[in-house]
Design a protein around this ligand. Structure first.
Ligand code: SF4
Ligand code: F3S
Ligand code: FES
Length: 248
């Protein structure tokens, strides 16, 4: 059955803004993005929201609902009681462009800083057969839809603009881990991860994993194994001695 919901939606731009109150009809089976679209159609035609697939696959509609990072298109209205006031705000970690739309270019910058997949130069097509376990490991990380909800959530940058230059964020530390664990990749990104992309700033709070709509085990399957690789490399006494002697 339909009902009227109370919505509070943040409206503004980089210079500031405020929450606006709306009362808006809700039909059975709808998601928060449906309600935002109804607001655009009936009460706030210039309300800015980014979206694309409405199926949880493009990663465009990321925002915060009652303070929790979520995909607007995958947040069912049935999650809330009919009496609840539903507050929709833009992602907090990225600069606002307008209303619910943020500038996520920080993430594209971090993506560009990671050296790409590097197979051995003499490897020919068909020379190598991937083991199933290696395929599955990569596949988990490849489910990422780049919604950047994990990036938005991580406390290292959420309220610390000053950390952004030194921290790639969980999505891109996961990308480094994926490449490092790939059996055919010959590049070494361990120093990059630790010294330039801020792996050491991650203190394994797992908030990134909690908000991932693809349920990727970012912390357990990417960040912790990557930390172990860095520790083996940097702090193993034999490796340390070898580095000193042979100046690798
Ligand atoms: Fe989104 Fe998950 Fe990818 Fe992070 S890892 S960008 S939360 S899909
Ligand atoms: Fe941040 Fe995830 Fe680490 S939330 S601190 S990157 S475990
Ligand atoms: Fe594509 Fe929500 S609109 S993930």
């Amino acid at each position: 059955m339909g009902y009227d919901a109370k919505f509070r939606v943040w409206r503004g731009d980089l210079d500031g803004g405020e929450l606006h109150d709306f009362t808006v009809p809700v039909n059975e089976g709808e998601v928060v993005l449906d309600i935002i679209h109804r607001l655009q159609a009936t009460q706030a035609p210039d309300l800015a929201v980014r979206w694309n697939c409405k199926a949880g696959k493009c990663g465009s509609c990321s925002a915060e609902v009652n303070g929790r990072p979520r995909l607007l298109c995958m947040t069912r209205m049935s999650t809330f009681t009919e009496a609840e006031v539903i507050t929709v705000t833009p992602m907090r970690t990225f600069p606002v462009i307008r209303d619910l739309v943020t500038d996520v270019s920080f993430n594209y910058q971090k993506a560009r800083e990671i050296p790409s997949f590097t197979p051995p130069a003499d490897l020919k097509p068909g020379d190598y057969r991937m083991k199933q376990v290696d395929v599955e490991r990569s596949q988990e990380f490849r489910k990422c839809i780049e919604c950047f909800l994990c990036q938005n959530t991580c406390h290292v940058v959420r309220d610390h603009e000053e950390n952004k230059t030194a921290f790639a964020g969980p999505r891109f530390l996961m990308r480094i881990a994926e490449l490092e664990m790939h059996p055919l990749d010959v590049a070494d990104r361990r120093d990059l991860a630790q010294d330039e992309q801020g792996l050491g700033l991650c203190n394994i709070t797992k908030c990134c994993t909690e908000v991932c709509p693809e349920h990727i085990k970012i912390t357990d399957n990417a960040l912790i194994p990557m930390k172990e690789r860095v520790a083996d490399h940097k702090y193993d006494p034999l490796v340390w001695l070898g580095n000193k002697l042979f100046r690798r």
